[in-house]
Ligand binder design. Sequence first.
Ligand code: ADP
Length: 471
Amino acid sequence: MEIFHISAECYPVAKVGGLADVVGALPKYQNNLGHYAKVVVPGYDNQFIQKNEFDIVHKGQLKLGWFEFSYAVLKEKTNKLGFELYQIAIPELFDRPNVYSYEDDTERFLAFQIAFLNWLTETNQYPDILHCHDHHTGLIPFMVQHSYNYHQLKNIPTLLTIHNGQYQGWFGYDKLHYLPAFDLSKIGYLEWNGTINPLASAIKCAWKVTTVSPSYLEEISNHANGLENLLRWERPKSLGILNGIDTDVWNTKTDAMLSENYTLKDFKKGKNKNKEFLCKEFNLNPEKPLFTFIGRLVGEKGADLLPQICSIALHQNPGEINILILGSGDPHVENELQGLQNFYHGNYNAYIGYNEKLAHIIYAGADFLLMPSRVEPCGLNQMYALRYGTIPIVRRTGGLRDTVLDMGDGGFGICHDQTSVFDVTHSITRAIGLFQETKKFDEIRKTAMQIDHSWDKVAEEYTNVYQSLSK
Ligand code: ADP
């Protein structure tokens, strides 16, 4: 089958979070199954576009309301990512380094979606599936169905994957004229709670909706930033499919970013080397358990509680544990986390920012990874941690519930029920106990490393969904 993945992110082209990892891996595994999967993302002015070579395969001129823009579809020359990668360059809107958080994000992603559909129609391409990811591509199912310009694409099945239902991309009716002319009687398919809501529109118009874990599908029927009723209504066409991880990238034996590679046979030595590197770099004590956090410093991840969790845990266990934080986000949380360095010198450190290489070394060198998330649609960090022999400490929610079983229930992780300082510090105490029981700790780490979360199986699940649609 010919599949187009349309997304704002794709690893290693442009990454903010897990969306990139999924879009950078799933198509490759679909191609391994004999499909023809391609990826389309905007042409950001970042290192990837600067350091790689592209062919211009199409050019056009379009309008967003009164605003005229030109676009060019660039195809990466080598297909080295395991799929054809297309980047749509729109100079006025995407010649900037970051993926999101500009005032004109509405205009940016609308222009991207319109340019994509124009490219398809002008070059007479009829893929078997349009697979849209999150709200940035959420108006495609509507436009394909109801915009006059794209009438010829009407029969192509559309699939929406919700990676994060909190962000919906809504905008006001004052921007309605940005959309190419459409059947006005269908305007209700754009709307939710008085605004144009791209995620809601995609939930209504896509032929199928998937979430990135089965538990998340259950949860968003009750908590989805206002979309609960809609999701309940559209439940019959919805399905939860747990993400996989790219085992080519996340492989302890070959990961070039690690300080030392290792396998199941020599994992203790390998993990220790990575831990020593981290402890040297961040002035920590290699003899003591190393707790870490990697991620966006936002409320969804429970990051606002981290300063308190860290100070209580470090205070309760003076000199007995290390904590290392890698993340960026809420400036207030960033400041507090940085400030803690003054109080717990030698046992605590924080790297505020985004650092892919450091993240890999932390997954390898840490003993425990904290994930006190309030919302976790799937969560990839815990899967990377498990594969690298690091024990996840997670709140039972969304994909964390689906992937981590508590050691008390015969599992390989440490779980708690609430995103609260008490629950997390209690879990840290349990973890210290485990760290001291060397034999049990090693057994659990070995079990964790052998869990198979690769994309192979998951890619087949998507194939089944596509096939049910193309029938
Ligand atoms: P989300 O998409 O909600 O941010 P996920 O768990 O799905 O969370 O994916 C997060 C991804 O982003 C992982 O690959 C993680 O390692 C990476 N990541 C998050 N923050 C950072 C950071 N500051 N530096 C490096 N990698 C990060």
